[in-house]
Design a protein. Structure first.
Length: 413
């Protein structure tokens, strides 16, 4: 029956199908030329899991299709000019996310873990009259490790990871859009010591080498840059550790701190400057992940309860157009349940400092609000919206405000 999912022994499969509509006030994310648009959304998804005492396997997948109904008139153009063909350039039917994982021989001293994540995302850009007004990122991340459990409370997982990323920029299609590809690979180490029943000490360490296909970019000259850009290969070394636990029936918290370095080497690259060797060291290397969750009312029968979350994250990440970006983010969330209604609210404030040949200092505000109606075990409806603002203290060309309003119906088998 609908809502019971598909079961075969330990395997449970849940197909979902979502239908919806969205309205955007600034679909091209441009501060000076705000053009609205509306689209229809179809989102099929599937989750599957098989869990036992000794083996566990998981899979999830999602495909997103958007068909634009209309795109508003460009205020800089005469109202007599037909812009209806712009809707076709915004249509996108290729976004997807896939994730799979396995945790084997859990009752043995030695076991194996495997994780695979693959995704393709399109990001709208402030370029209007081109065939493809999107930046594009394809990402495939593979991780594997050997779990060693010397005792019932201690777990060590040495392993390795490989990530492939491909980037394209707005343009008229074909090779004109291709920007760069990056491979990142190296060893990893995860450790967990559950020294109390509901509290653990965690360690997450890695050494990743980032290898670009092209260390000099000429493509971005068409985006307004007056010279070739240098993207050096780099070593990114980091370690993060701390406490994660449930301290009372209602309070859960995580506090992880650490340090890392991003070392970039532009020697031998034509056109390299001092800025090309900007490293993530000193204060830039400080890593923080903190989060506290207070449970107002507990979950019941696979339905969420009411909770409040606050947190702060600090990290540095490689960028696709400069050396790295230093991120500082504070956020708060509310998730509630009143009968069949599930309201949620999230606000985040993010500071993004880009370092390398392109230097930027940006501030991003984002607020999301949704109201979900769990009409039955197999049907739900969601109405909501979000607001996002980017303000750059160094480059006004990337400033924008955008508001999204959406309705979504989801049906689960």
């Amino acid at each position: 029956m609908p809502g019971d999912h598909i079961r075969a022994g330990a395997l449970e499969i849940q197909p979902d199908l979502g239908f919806g509509a969205e309205y955007r006030t600034n679909v091209y994310r441009d501060e000076s030329t705000q053009i609205p648009a509306a689209d229809l959304l179809i989102r099929p998804s599937l989750t599957a899991a098989a869990a036992g005492d000794d083996q566990e396997f998981k899979f999830s997948g999602m495909w997103e299709l958007r068909k634009y109904l209309f795109v508003g008139q460009d205020p800089n153009l005469s109202s007599s000019i037909d812009t209806s063909d712009q809707a076709g350039t915004l249509d996108r039917f290729n976004e997807f996310e896939l994730s799979a994982g396995a945790d084997t021989f859990k009752r043995n001293i030695v076991g194996f873990r495997l994780a695979e994540d693959m995704a393709l995302h399109n990001f709208r850009a402030d370029v209007i009259y081109v065939d493809v007004p999107y930046s594009f990122e394809y990402r495939n991340a593979l991780g594997a490790g050997v779990r060693v459990s010397p005792g019932p409370a201690l777990e060590l997982v040495p392993g390795g990871a490989w990530t492939f990323e491909s980037f394209e920029i707005p343009g008229d299609g074909g090779s004109d859009r291709a920007l760069n590809n990056r491979n990142a690979f190296g060893p990893t180490l995860d450790a967990k010591w559950a020294f109390l029943p509901r509290t653990s000490l965690l360690l997450d360490a890695s050494w990743m080498y980032n290898d670009w296909q092209h260390t000099t970019l000429t493509t971005l000259q068409s985006q307004g840059f007056d010279h070739d850009l240098v993207l050096p290969n780099s070593n990114n070394i980091r370690a993060l550790g701390g406490l994660n636990g449930r301290f009372t029936d209602k309070l859960l918290a995580q506090v992880l701190v650490g340090y890392g370095v991003g070392l970039f080497d532009s020697s031998g690259i034509p056109g390299a400057t001092t800025a090309s060797d900007a490293d993530a060291t000193g204060w830039d290397g400080v890593l923080v992940q903190t989060q506290a969750k207070y449970i107002v009312s507990p979950s019941q029968q696979d339905r969420p309860g009411t909770s409040v979350i606050v947190g702060y994250d600090r990290e540095f990440l490689p960028s696709f157009f400069t050396n790295f970006v230093q991120l500082n983010q504070v956020f708060t969330e509310f998730h509630g349940r009143v009968g069949r209604l599930e309201p949620s609210l999230r606000y985040e404030l993010r500071f993004e400092d880009y370092r390398g040949e392109i230097t930027r200092n940006d501030l991003v505000n984002r607020m999301t609000a949704d109201l979900r109606l769990a009409a039955s075990e197999w049907m739900s409806f969601t109405a909501g919206g979000w607001w996002q603002e980017r303000h750059s203290y160094t480059d006004e060309a990337v400033d924008y405000d955008d508001v999204n309003l959406h309705l979504l119906a989801t049906f689960a088998y």
